[in-house]
Design a protein around this ligand. Structure first.
Ligand code: EPU
Length: 344
């Protein structure tokens, strides 16, 4: 089993040039065992389609690109159980479930990336999160070579968060089992979906979600990006109320008791940052929460732009944004502060 150095351009939707010293594309479980037996002493970085990653330096960890494929369907009385291999494409899965008449995932259409990545950050959009459907996750623990099954509760899903970002970081997601209840109801709470009305079909919701995303969010195949660059920040409700007094238009959402979530895109937009550029990187002009690669951007451009956005928003609103995109430096996962410190 030999590994090769490779460009990471095909494996990051930002389209940034960066190299991996050792990379292997994984097609089956037997191959995984062989790679593990030979290289288990190396730190691991699993990549799906790289739609939530920013490579800030050449990667010296072993990069495994998860391309495990396959879907097994089991019908039970009130639901379909889908066991989907981690390397399947998320949006293709959504389309397939609709063709097969198994609705439920339509609000999550067009989210870039793989099924294996979906539980890691608990993907969510338009009022729906993966956590609502996730029954089980099967992972390969790189430290021990053991396969581990996680119930939904054990996944510790939160807002763009799960156990796979914390103590189970060194796990490769082999498969995800989703439970799609036969008793289906459209989820239409989000503004542009509400107009469809209660009799909307899953196909109609799917089409509206696709149209909404295409209108606001840049297609990574056209303009490199990794979706929302920052999380929507949580603040204590008293702070949200004080901000709303000063900025009555500020969108505020309820989170846990005593905590509110603010729309980071609105804060960045109001700070006048839409269209701001650093080198080849820019704040998207339609959805300010997305940073884009206008062509030839370097990781340094994106980091400096992100630093500027965070600083301006903090100066104006006293709210510190936290990146949602995961940053991968030379020695593994890093963060915006560390990555910026490496530049100066
Ligand atoms: N807004 C602005 N200006 C902007 C962007 C947003 O005023 O430039 C306002 C909008 O008008 C709206 C509010 O901010 O009132 C929220 O914006 P939007 O509905 O576009 O959603 P978001 O909070 O910016 C989140 C997710 C998206 C997901 C959408 C829809 C996060 C970090 N992002 O974005 O997920 O698609 O809701 O549910 O939670 C992702 O995670 O990569 C992602 C794209």
């Amino acid at each position: 089993m030999s590994l090769t150095a490779a460009s990471l351009i095909p494996y990051n939707t930002f389209g940034l040039e960066q190299n991996a010293e050792q990379l292997v594309v994984l097609h089956d479980r037997q191959q995984l065992l062989e790679v593990w037996q030979a290289y288990s002493s190396m730190p691991l970085l699993v990549v799906g389609e790289g739609s939530n990653l920013l490579f800030t330096a050449p990667v010296s960890s072993l990069v495994i690109v998860n391309r495990l494929k396959g879907i097994k369907v089991t019908e039970v009385e009130d639901a379909w159980l889908l066991e989907i291999a981690g390397g399947e494409n998320w949006h293709q899965l959504v389309c397939w479930t609709l063709v097969e008449n198994m609705p439920g995932l339509e609000n999550l259409a067009l989210i870039p990336g793989t099924v294996g990545a979906s539980p890691i950050q608990n993907i969510g959009a338009y009022g729906v999160e993966l956590a609502q459907f996730c029954q089980q996750v099967e992972s390969f623990d790189w430290r021990t070579g053991q396969v581990h099954q996680w119930t939904a509760a054990e996944c510790e899903f939160g807002y763009r968060d799960s156990v796979f970002k914390h103590q189970a970081r060194e796990h490769l997601i082999l498969s995800v089992t989703l439970r799609l209840p036969k008793a289906w109801q459209p989820v239409l709470g989000y503004g542009p979906l509400a107009k469809l009305g209660g009799s909307a079909t899953a196909q109609q919701v799917f089409e509206q979600v696709c149209a909404t995303r295409q209108a606001k969010l840049p297609d990574p195949a056209v303009l490199g990006n990794a979706g929302s660059f920052f999380k929507n920040p949580k603040v204590v409700t008293a702070q949200a109320q004080a901000l709303q007094l000063a900025w009555p238009q500020l969108p505020v959402f309820a989170a846990e008791p005593g905590v509110s979530k603010l729309a980071a895109g609105w804060l960045i937009d109001k700070a006048g940052l839409k269209g701001t550029r650093v080198g080849g990187a820019g704040v998207h002009t339609e959805q300010a929460l997305v940073l884009v690669n206008h062509g030839g951007a370097t990781a340094e451009d994106v980091l400096r732009l992100a630093g500027r956005v965070r600083e301006r928003v903090e100066q104006l609103f006293g709210v510190r944004l936290e990146p949602e995109v995961r940053m991968i430096g030379a020695a593994g996962e890093t963060n915006l502060d560390e990555a910026l410190a490496c530049l100066s």
